[in-house]
Design a binder for this molecule. Structure first.
Ligand code: OSB
Ligand code: MG
Length: 371
């Protein structure tokens, strides 16, 4: 395909409920959507960079600039056969993986539409339904958290993950386990602890967690290898895994026993598949993480989750948990068994609501190829 133009746009969407992690609270999203215009059709993707550089180094405004100045110009004037070929076109650009992922994934999206095949099949998926969990943020009180968990369990979600930080951890996990002794339960610290907290983290072993996600520094695999040895609970790395080589290093050093794959964090579908494959060859399960995506990014997460080594419930949940009105049709729905059914339709199986997106747009820029 020949890419004639790429549109960047920012939409604003308030969350139904605030989402709080160890690094802060989000009440509304500023979302960067990328549209590639190629051979008379459009491919869509979402850049999952947040409003601030707290989760990783990128945020929406840096992603916008990098896309505009470096990434988008590098795909113009090429004949692109597949999304797989895209990373090589800007291999000189360091980092900025969320920006890269948005462009690459939009091209995969266009490719699926052009070839008239489901995106999940193009990615190598094998599942016809995927298992869903929820990620529940830090609340104003433990009672509020228990109430939320009870609602999500009643909705059918197969795994509950709660955000933790010093002062909101053992005191929270204990009442949850007491009330629900048998649920699949995990926690996510988003790097809120340091090595001297190892003894404190060992208390988590009492709660039979499926995993503890990213307890230590975002950029330190070795530190996780040090504490994994001392913990019964499996560590799952999120922030620390930027590409397949990180996954390889983490598994070789015993830094974790589970990996969370976020397509934006690793720079696009090609690298997400590579991370998946490294874990599969080590017989280590992966699951699909979330970044409070709109329907556009969510649909891509669903497609990715169909790959065979996505063996644990993902943070891929229903649209209505996040948005009053999602920007795809139909909205993502989760069955009472906590699953999402995979569509056999071409593309993502969801339609992008361009009229609604237009109304939510606060900034838009189309970059055109000038041959
Ligand atoms: O660490 O998984 C994380 C949201 C924003 C930033 C980081 C994380 C998260 C989540 C949300 O846990 C998962 C979701 O989209 O529901
Ligand atoms: Mg996480």
């Amino acid at each position: 395909m020949k890419i004639a133009a790429v549109t960047l746009r920012e939409i604003r969407m308030p969350l139904v409920h605030f989402f709080e992690t160890s690094f802060g609270r989000t009440t509304a999203r500023r979302i960067l959507l990328v549209t590639v215009h190629a051979d008379g059709l459009n491919g869509w993707a979402e850049c999952v960079a947040a409003e601030n550089p707290f989760y990783n180094e990128e945020y929406i405004d840096t992603a916008w600039m990098v896309l505009k100045q470096f990434l988008v110009p590098s795909v113009f004037g090429r004949n692109i056969g597949s999304g797989r070929e895209v990373p090589a076109l800007y291999r000189n650009v360091r980092g900025n993986r969320m920006a890269k992922a948005a462009l690459e994934n939009a091209i995969w999206d266009a490719e699926a539409r052009e070839k008239n095949v489901p995106l999940w099949k193009l990615l190598g998926g094998t599942r016809h339904e995927i298992a869903c969990g929820v990620s529940i943020g830090i609340q104003d009180s433990v009672e509020q958290l228990l109430e939320k968990i009870s609602t999500e369990l009643a909705a059918g979600y197969q795994r509950i993950k709660v955000k933790v930080k010093p002062g909101w951890d053992v005191n929270v996990l204990e009442p949850i386990r007491e009330r629900w002794p048998d649920i699949l339960l995990s926690c996510d610290a988003n790097s809120a602890y340091t090595l001297p907290d190892a003894a404190h983290l060992r208390q988590f072993d009492a709660f039979r967690l499926l995993m503890i996600e990213q307890p230590l520094w975002n950029d330190d695999i070795l530190a996780h290898a040090c504490i994994q040895k001392t913990l019964k609970t499996s560590i799952c790395l999120d922030e620390s895994i930027r590409h397949a080589r990180d996954a390889q290093a983490a598994l070789d050093t015993g830094a974790c026993r589970i990996i969370n794959v976020k397509v934006g964090r690793v720079g696009g579908f090609s690298e997400a598949i590579a991370v998946h494959d490294v874990c599969r060859s080590h017989d280590v399960p992966v699951w699909c993480g979330g970044m409070l995506e709109s329907g556009v990014g969510r649909a891509h997460n669903i497609a990715l989750s169909t790959l065979p080594n996505f063996r644990l419930p993902g943070d891929v949940s229903a649209s209505k948990r996040y948005w009053k009105e999602d920007i795809i049709e139909p909205a993502v729905e989760v069955s009472p068994q906590g699953t999402i059914a995979i569509s056999d339709k071409p593309g993502t199986g969801y339609t992008v609501r361009e009229d609604l997106i237009e109304r939510l747009t606060v900034r838009k820029e189309t970059i055109t190829s000038t041959p």
